[in-house]
Design a protein around this ligand. Sequence first.
Ligand code: LLP
Length: 441
Amino acid sequence: MNARKVPRLALFPLTAEISQKGHLLIGGCDVVELAEEFGTPLYLFDEITLRHKCREFKDEFGKYYPDTLVIYASKAFLNRALAFVFKEEGLGLDVVSGGELSIAHSVDFPLGKVYFHGNNKTPEELNLALDWGVGRIVVDNFYELELLNKLVKERRMRQDILLRLTPAVDPHTHQYTTTGTIESKFGFPLATGQAEEAVRQALSASNLNLLGFHFHLGSPVSEIQPYELAIELVLRFAQEMGRKFGFNLSEFDIGGGFAVPYTMDSKVPTIAEYARAVTGKLNSLVSELGLGRPRLIIEPGRAIVGQVGVALYKVGAIKEIPGIKKYVCVDGGISDNIRPALYGAKYEALVANKASKAEREVVTIAGKLCQSGDILVRDINLGSVQPGDIIAIPVCGAYCIPMSSNYNALPRPAIVMVKEGQARLIRRRETYQDLMNLDLI
Ligand code: LLP
């Protein structure tokens, strides 16, 4: 476990440095200049870090368990430019909607490496997945099992599927992002006998080919033990299904949820530590249970893209309530990052145009949205801040943009990919006209 205090700059992308001017540089670009050129709020994605994280997952898991497929969890953030990078890096994709699937399709992503998740896929979405030859459909419930078999049968096809199982393991994370416990809306519970019934039905479904099992415990999961426990429960179940029905586990998908440090005092396992523990457990259990070696599927989202993204805001109003609080107000907020308000998520920040200055006063960084809960970072020790300064918040690559909204009719930010001193727009800023384009009077 990484128990060291993380220096603030280490939370930023791997290419982060501070220039002689005292400006934050990411991907060789001065972020203060980028804020000027592209406007704020602005999200930066660092291509070097993105590719590095993809390779780190492949290398660390592949080292101990060569037959591992890393599929990126699109929900953390997907757009066409990112999908293109994942395709180049040879990853697969976890998608949960026709929309995510369409983004993948639009860049000719190899759809055989796409796993379609979700607890309520619509017939339209399933048909789209079948039209485009999605590799695996991860069936969540009995309704879907029957519906999918019917749709596939109408086409006289066969579809490879996994079953999503609920192992009843508490990952000790936020209630809203806990999925592996028995009361979860996701999956077939092991403990109620529904998982066994699902296996029986899947094996007898004429047009479905059951390849294996999937579970996802929650996100982020900062402990390793819940994974070990769930792996053991599901593998023992697989052995039992082998005995009862002759089922052979050829794929084993342990989901995502790998945590990342958001703040300097975060204590979370490294990718290498997750990999060693998970594959260690898997290797010893498959031998013990005589299971053969299933392909291992992992679905990291946050741990690939989290550190890659940085949010930049411009400071406007500064409000001091003497002896009580000092607010530094920025030009975005919960409309582009709802995580602090929704989960109490904690972030660090840096004054990007005074990055080498020592921290000297405690302030609260507030957004500009009409809600008191619109606070991005509470009580952070920052260098002295003035209107016009640029605040950079690290670890904003995951679950900020995909959960953004147009609350207060704020246009969504632009997104820029940086690499070797070059910056390219990968999503343009929304305009006021965009906000009205879908309205009819
Ligand atoms: N696989 C499945 C089936 C999932 O449901 C998820 C996340 C992942 C993989 C990827 O988890 P990750 O590796 O990114 O932790 N909005 C929340 C996170 C919700 C995660 C939902 N499922 C947040 O902002 O923290």
